[in-house]
Design a protein around this ligand. Structure first.
Ligand code: PLP
Length: 430
């Protein structure tokens, strides 16, 4: 596939036809295992001397087509699909960090990722240090010689301030610290690898699937980060791995290309933790990706129109959308999301939490669900739902005030979206 255009790659990258049947649609290879050609072939596959299918927990041809398609869309060299966005977030760090190591992460992250980082990974000995992304130098100040990665979201919800990707990547690169970006809210609109991020991950559950049918996640390796140049900083890829007959990953995979990170993620972390994406879900997410370019354009246009509409309402105290940012935050938004600001809009009702809940209860078209990125418009009150397991201080740090309402604007006709918002706002005021 020579095209660089996302509209074309979304339909063609990573797949032409089924080698066995010539089917054009990617088949669902619903099988657990794959017959070896010979004992020699089996041994070579396990030793990574030949690439091929062994067992669906670690690879599958349907998932492979999805992985190749997403790697092409993102400008990466390889990808790994997993069972959920949560699994992807955890595995991006577990591939590099062991007990006693640390990671520096943005405070502006999804509540589930916050819990994973602040509690579960910490309990397992990996410390995640949180810093304010409004000050990129804060990443440098929180770094020590056990820091293995930086982690952030491109368009973090609910604050919707676009992350300074190149600024933070440039701090980490000379130290041997990769920037890992969760780009869930901004597929095709932002390409973090182009701005120096080393690794990108997604919850496939959101915009890439787009139809609200399937949970999934993916990790993409940019292939440009020089892991070998920083051997002391990145021991997981530069010292013998006893769980894979002493492989030193940066050397072991050299014949395959610059894929040490993603191969270790697959052959060690996915092998051992087992959070594999089912081929059926991989198939459904491939269907979604075929229309991703059209949908992201429609989401962005509709959400910008909604932000403008809310800004004109006297009962709305504050609108949160990248188009409302100022100063260098506006510059970061324009630089990193040049093709549109995606479908997320936040707002705060002048009437506070009670008005927020009345608004949600009055919605007729827009669904009240704990999700984003669906083709349908969605709404939620984060303080009482997605962020309810955080303390009041943690909620404040992640931008959730009591009256905050989050919208994930879909691709319905804009007149219908605005009509539902109007009647629900009127009901909340009334
Ligand atoms: N990252 C972001 C930005 C999310 O919004 C979510 C889910 O809401 C996740 C990760 C986790 O993804 P999943 O629900 O697929 O596990």
């Amino acid at each position: 596939m020579t095209s660089k255009h996302p509209e074309t790659l979304a339909l063609h990258a990573g797949w032409r036809r089924d080698p066995a049947t010539h089917a054009v649609a990617v088949p669902i290879y619903q099988t657990t295992s794959f017959q070896f050609d010979s004992t020699e072939n089996a041994a070579n596959l396990f030793a990574l001397k030949e690439m091929g299918n062994i067992y669906t927990r670690i690879m599958n041809p349907t998932n492979d087509a999805l992985e190749q398609r997403i790697a092409a869309l993102e400008g990466g060299v390889a990808a790994l699909t997993v069972a959920s966005g949560q699994a992807a977030s955890a595995m991006t760090l577990q591939t590099l960090a062991r007990a006693g190591d640390n990671v520096v992460a943005s405070t502006d992250i999804y509540g589930g990722t916050w819990n994973l980082f602040n509690h579960t990974l910490r309990d397992q000995g990996i410390e995640v240090r949180f810093v304010d992304p409004g000050d990129p130098e804060a990443f440098a100040r929180a770094t020590d010689d056990r820091t293995r990665a930086y982690y952030a979201e491109t368009l973090p919800n609910p604050k919707l301030r676009v992350f300074p990707i190149a600024e933070v990547a440039a701090i980490g690169r000379p130290l041997g610290i990769p920037l890992i970006m969760d780009n869930t809210a901004a597929p095709l609109l932002a390409r973090p690898l182009d701005h120096g991020a080393a690794i990108v991950m997604y919850s496939l559950t959101k915009y890439l699937g787009g139809h609200g049918t399937s949970i999934g996640g993916v990790i993409i390796d940019g292939g440009k980060f020089d892991w070998a140049a920083h051997a002391a900083r990145q021991p997981a890829l530069n010292t013998p791995d006893p769980s894979y007959h002493g492989a030193v990953w940066v050397d072991a995979v050299k014949p395959l290309g610059p894929v040490a990170y993603i191969i270790r993620a697959r052959t060690v972390i996915l092998r051992d933790l087992g959070a594999a994406l089912s081929p059926f879900n991989a198939f459904l997410i491939l269907q979604g990706i075929e229309t991703l370019a059209l949908r992201m354009r429609a989401h962005s246009e509709n959400a910008t129109a909604v932000a403008r509409f809310l800004g004109g309402r006297a009962d709305v105290a504050r609108v949160i959308h990248p188009s409302t940012l100022t100063g260098r935050e506006a510059a970061w938004a324009a630089t990193y999301m040049p093709r549109g600001y995606s479908g997320l809009v936040g707002f705060e009702l002048a009437g506070g939490a009670a008005a927020g809940q009345r608004f949600i209860d009055a919605l007729k078209l827009i669904y009240h669900v704990a999700n984003i990125g669906d083709a349908r418009s969605l709404a939620i009150h984060p303080a009482s739902t997605t962020h309810s397991q955080l303390s009041a201080a943690e909620q404040h740090a992640s931008g959730v005030s009591p009256g905050y309402v989050r919208l994930s604007i879909g691709i319905e006709h804009i007149d219908d979206i605005l009509a539902d918002l109007t009647q629900a706002l009127d009901a909340a005021a009334g």
